[in-house]
Design a protein around this ligand. Structure first.
Ligand code: SDX
Length: 377
């Protein structure tokens, strides 16, 4: 007799709380809190390093702590030669998310302290990864363009250095502000799929590199961080503003998902989307980009009218990154370069929670099959 032990199966773990966290709260009614601070109260008032400190240490830094953190992050942005050599030998047609998945894993090979899984060692690793993930993204882009890999500038913070290392030219004031806000808005978001993947890996007491590699691979998917790259592809398929209605109606008729829209948690507009929409409007001043912004607004209106869903973080983020002259295949790596803060904070929290994440499943296969030796099969 088999005890099927049938359990209630919640596909996709929709509305299932799989952990308790102090790191961030996603309010379905359209608000996002980082360790108790509403992001609307933080944007424009703090730098990205302050958010990193808040997520990892559960408090905003004082001036001394902030300066020390900025110095640590800046020095950690320099990549070790074996990583640069690996980037140079990587096939140029690799997607940057594949490269990031590989190089994060490779960083673990050069961690002489890799067997120290103490909270102190892992907090140090979190800082190192928060610096090296964007540096890997920027360096791969430069190497693939056959351009010199640059060193971070002493006077820049992490967000500004990231875009400087990527593009090889200074940012103007508007770009610097946009990049800082972009990085702050992507830092953490509750138990999203990639963060959950990181926590599952950490729940086995596997190392931080393995947990972050799990997260990178998960974020890559088009239903998650991979959506932003596809938003630009969608915009390129809509020739003119007047074509938006027919294009979107066609997608919905074919029951296709419009990339950059909808969310598992939000019942109202994603609060990050409101900020990114404003940033993209300010950046999209030239004729071509103003046209892109107009198309996005029209897409938002049609999708909301037809499906009563809203843009998520990826929709206007695509426009912001495009306006910063970043190619769309780097959109998800830019997302990862900020979310590394949230991932490492959740990994630390999971280590402290010390419980194996292992759900069950309902077996729907057959039972008691009679074995037939291969000679008779
Ligand atoms: C991110 O979880 C996080 O917090 C993630 C994130 C973070 O910061 O970490 O916020 C970042 O990943 C944002 C999401 C990026 N992905 C996309 O933009 C891909 C397109 N979005 C959809 O695939 C979808 O909205 C999801 C995956 C985001 C959410 O999927 P759900 O919760 O499983 O919802 P669903 O697919 O079951 O849709 C529910 C209804 C359906 O209607 P019916 O078919 O039942 O009538 O809403 C409709 C869907 O048709 N719908 C959409 C839609 N999203 C939902 N219809 C058209 N286009 C869409 N994008």
């Amino acid at each position: 007799m088999v005890n099927s032990g049938e359990k209630v199966c919640i596909r996709g773990l929709r509305d299932v709380a799989a952990a308790e966290t102090r790191i961030s709260f996603v309010d379905p009614l359209g608000a996002l809190y980082y360790a108790g601070y509403n992001i609307d109260d933080l944007i424009g008032k703090v730098c990205y390093e302050e958010i990193f400190h808040l997520l990892i240490h559960n408090k905003l830094p004082n001036k001394t702590e902030l300066e020390a953190l900025k110095t640590d992050l800046r020095s950690e942005m320099k990549l070790p030669d074996p990583i640069l050599d690996s980037l140079r030998s990587t096939p140029k047609n690799c997607h940057p998310m594949e490269v990031l998945r590989t190089e994060v894993s490779r960083l673990g090979e050069y961690d002489e302290n890799r067997d120290d899984n103490s909270e102190q060692a892992n907090k140090k690793r979190a800082t190192m990864l928060a610096a090296k993930v964007p540096a890997i993204v920027a360096s791969f882009h430069r190497i693939r363009q056959n351009e010199k890999v640059l060193d971070p500038k002493e006077e820049y913070g992490l967000a500004e250095n990231f875009l400087y290392l990527f593009r090889g030219k200074p940012l103007d004031a508007e770009e610097k502000d946009a990049m800082e806000r972009y990085m702050i808005l992507h830092a953490d978001h509750g138990l999203n799929a990639s963060t959950f993947a990181a926590r599952v890996t950490a729940s086995t007491f596997s190392d931080m590199y393995s947990a972050v590699t799990s997260a990178v691979g998960t974020l890559k998917g088009k239903l998650h961080g991979g959506a932003s790259e596809r938003v630009m592809h969608m915009l390129s398929e809509v020739p003119h503003l007047d074509d938006v209605e027919e294009y979107i109606q066609g997608m919905l008729f074919d029951r296709k998902r419009v990339m950059g829209f909808g969310h598992r948690i939000y019942l109202a507009e994603d609060p990050r989307s409101k900020h990114l929409k404003k940033i993209s409007k300010a950046l999209c001043q030239n004729e071509h980009r103003a046209d892109l912004y107009a198309k996005c607004k029209k897409i938002q209106a049609v999708v909301h009218r037809e499906k009563k869903i809203y843009p998520n973080v990826d929709f206007y983020a695509a426009l912001v990154l495009n306006a910063l002259d970043i190619h769309s295949e780097f959109f998800t790596p830019f997302f990862a370069s900020s979310r590394i803060s949230g991932w490492t904070a959740h990994i630390l929290e999971q280590y402290a929670d010390a419980v194996l994440i292992r759900p069950t499943s309902n077996y729907v296969g057959v039972y008691e099959r009679n074995f037939v030796p291969i000679e008779e099969r």
